[in-house]
Design a protein around this ligand. Sequence first.
Ligand code: XMP
Length: 517
Amino acid sequence: MDTILILDYGSQYTQLIARRVRELGVYTDIAPGEAALTPERLAGVKGIVMAGSPSSVYDEGAPVPDQSVYTLGLPVLGICYGAQRMTRDHGGSVATLPDREYGRRPVKVTACDPLFEGVPPEFTSWMSHGDSIEALAPGFVAVAMTDNGIPAAIAHESLPLRGVQFHPEVTHCEHGSRILANFALGICGCDRSWTMERYIDEEREALRARVGSAPVLLLISGGVDSTVAAALLLKTLGPERVHLLYIDTGLMRKDESAEVMRTLNALGAAHVHRADAEPDFLAALSGVSEPEEKRRIIGDMFITVQQREVERLGLGEDYFLAQGTLYTDLIESGKGVGKKAHVIKSHHNVRSPLVEKKRAEGRVVEPLDRLYKDEVRALGRVLGVDEAVVSRHPFPGPGLGVRVLGEVTKEKCDTLRAADDIYLAELRARGLYDRIWQAFAVLLPVRSVGVAGDVRRYGWTVALRAVASTDGMTADVFEFPMKDLLAISAIITNRVPAVGRVVYDVSSKPPATIEWE
Ligand code: XMP
């Protein structure tokens, strides 16, 4: 498949470039910036992006690409550090700016270049750099300038090498998408062959070849990834060979386990095994209130129950284990999203001896491992997964275990479940759910005095959280319409007698995290 290879030098924007190009229908692969450009690495590659970096080209140990990148004959686009690296590697110079350029900046296109086809001669770009090209390298010309006389874009006179010092991948950059399209589709000549239909065909073929006639076990969390993975497996291998294991921890939201079962049945699953482990989890958590200790206990209990239930299923030794791992979990030199996602999922994906054993046997299949989260959602839609599941907010592995602050008891979980259910139902009814990246209620270990009728009430405090984010790495507080907030608070305190007070969390991430524990 036609691919744009992105060389990653550690910029927070690398993932964004990959996603923006994929939105054009062109597959992107991310490789460590210093990776050798071997024929295997270059299979299908029609163009290369050298991305940004927190380093300066003058730093000791600043990352350097395999120098063959410039002589392969493939079009190359350097973005920010990538453009400065290209300049330096060809004998030009880069200097530190007296003031870091950050934010919107006018750009004037000064020469005819296919990178700017269809782009007006003046537009507003998005800059974020502390270094800048000082003297162009021999053979390069500036094809666009910023208003303060800095080359905004450069191109080589005879080789297919280009660079921009602004960030076309950032949505604030006017015509950024057009510039990326001019590169990927126009200059590199990529087909728009990255479609979910094509992904399904390729993955189905790969799965059949890999798994043969063996059974496949998939652990279901109830979230988008494992549900879409289940849909793909069922569609490819049929219901008889696909075994789905769902561990009900008792830390799920209201009616969630029943909904998970309904979704799997609707997808045609024949072997769904639901393990009721609520007593195990609650007993292990009894008397424990320290957050990390709770997480560790929940993670360990997952493993214990997983081993027990897999033995109970009696699938023999030859079965494959399927996982809903995403592209962001895999990126080798992953910075930001990739690295974080890896840590977040540790108790599901990495530490589990079951996964390690199957991996050592070469019997793990990960049919979503080339996809970003938004692409998993698109895939789910093509596969007919219910929209309510596909567009669901993320839910952490330890579930209500980290949303009942302090000691976790069944009674507290029930109280939180009731409040959270009202909150989410109201968000849906008020058309707010899809405007929010993640919303949930938290039960604080704080009781306060109130009145109900003429009676004094001593009730728990519920905190409501709603954040806007793109990947959970950073988050802004959702600007809740006050009238909705007041109405939801009143409904919760009316309908859940154990709750006496509702507060709204107005902390962004950083410095807070999205979850409270
Ligand atoms: P924080 O609280 O770190 O959360 O800002 C960022 C995102 O990750 C989710 N999260 C988890 N997901 N297991 C998971 O599968 C976990 O232990 C875990 N902790 C946090 C959180 O819900 C948010 O979407």
